[in-house]
Design a protein around this ligand. Structure first.
Ligand SMILES: Nc1ncnc2c1ncn2[C@@H]1O[C@H](COP(=O)(O)OP(=O)(O)OP(=O)(O)O)[C@@H](O)[C@H]1O
Ligand SMILES: [Mg+2]
Length: 212
């Protein structure tokens, strides 16, 4: 059955997808590709026959692969319910992440750009991001979840809880795809990517001198 989303406002949007609340189940959301987003096929990808499939398929397949190996994704990621047919195209259906106060997550990007970042316990935030980076390195999770717009915090009864809500796999553009083939290379790449994120956070939250 086709789920009708046309005419409703998305809860939130990324550069590839809009995220809608499921019209029949308030605890779920559906991500669909934004109409303006073409299938990206760069010159290199065209030459070597690699191109990026639909972001929803990439996320769905990555979830299945990671869950199939028993990785405890539920520690940080919303539950994934599968692909669904919508009037805006194929969507991926997920648990809608909300805090115990009912609010949507606040992303790291919003935290660093908010004028009032003093309202957040930034040391705790950095510690939680470091823990999450160790989780991703341990389980070889190399996805869009290391970008400041794709992870954030929700309030739970005890305080703030880190959540990540973008598990779409990036196309491996290495000539020899060592980080796909070898766990050690993969772990190092994940660590490098998180170090970039931590550096960005450190600078923007005032822990690292911008001129240093
Ligand atoms: N399960 C979820 N629960 C609540 N909000 C979500 C969920 N998944 C996504 N979102 C919201 O929807 C936005 C868009 O989703 P997502 O980041 O997966 O899209 P994208 O376009 O693929 O992202 P990007 O621009 O990072 O490539 C997120 O930034 C987040 O605010
Ligand atoms: Mg995103």
């Amino acid at each position: 059955m086709t789920i009708e989303l046309k005419g409703t406002r998305p809860l939130s949007s990324g550069s590839f997808r809009d995220c809608y609340q499921h019209p029949k189940d308030a605890g779920k959301c559906i991500k669909v590709k934004r109409p303006s987003v073409p299938n990206h096929v760069g010159k290199v990808e065209r030459c070597i026959g690699k191109y990026e499939p639909d972001p929803n398929i990439r996320e769905y397949e990555h979830y299945r692969k990671l869950l199939g190996t028993g990785i405890p994704l539920h520690c940080y990621f919303p539950k994934m319910y599968g692909l669904v047919d919508t009037d805006l195209g194929t969507g991926v259906c997920l648990e809608l992440v909300r805090g115990s106060n009912g609010e949507m997550p606040i992303s790291l990007e919003e935290i660093v750009t908010s004028r009032n970042s003093a309202q957040f316990d930034t040391k705790y935030i950095l510690q939680e991001v470091i823990k999450f980076s160790c989780f991703c390195a341990q389980f070889g999770i190399l996805a869009s979840c290391d970008e400041p717009g794709n992870l954030g915090f929700v309030r739970d009864n005890k305080g703030l809880r880190l959540v990540s809500y973008d598990l779409k796999l990036r196309l491996n553009k290495e000539l020899i795809p060592v980080s796909t083939l070898f766990a050690g290379f993969r772990r190092r790449k994940i660590t490098r990517r998180f170090n970039k994120l931590l550096n960005y956070l450190g600078k923007n939250l005032g822990y690292i001198d911008n001129h240093g």
